[in-house]
Design a protein. Structure first.
Length: 128
């Protein structure tokens, strides 16, 4: 069943900040099962050095694993596991972002409370 690689790459990039190159390499590995570094570099039209960097980032994100055997081959994780890994990273970053913002709110509140509490009474009001 053909898939729209551009649509998937755009969706993963937009929702999970997954670089297009990683999506393309992952989809290529899904289609071919596993590849050596040299084969992957050729398939995604990168130099071997660029492919090495790409593979390292994909391993770190939990998109692929190193298969056993020689030469080293890389195989994609099941799509459910891959998307779970991407979501967990996204969720962790989102929670940290909320914590950081909460800390900013607390800091600003602490800065403003003394101003509020030490304000001068408004003398323009008339006494009854």
């Amino acid at each position: 069943m053909p898939i729209d690689e551009d649509q998937i790459a755009e969706l993963l990039s937009h929702q999970f900040n997954l670089p297009r190159e990683q999506t393309q390499a992952y989809l290529k590995l899904l289609d071919t099962s596993d590849l050596t570094l040299e084969e992957l570099a050729k398939e995604v039209k990168l130099s071997e050095g660029e492919a090495r960097t790409l593979v390292a980032s994909m391993l770190e994100r939990g998109l692929i694993i190193e298969a056993t055997g020689t030469p080293k081959r890389y195989t994609p994780l099941h799509p459910r596991m891959t998307l779970t890994n991407l979501f967990k990273v996204y969720e962790k970053e989102l929670v940290q972002s909320l914590r950081d913002r909460r800390a900013i709110v607390d800091r600003v509140v602490n800065l403003l409370i003394p101003v509020y509490e030490e304000r001068k009474p408004n003398n323009t009001r008339t006494k009854a």
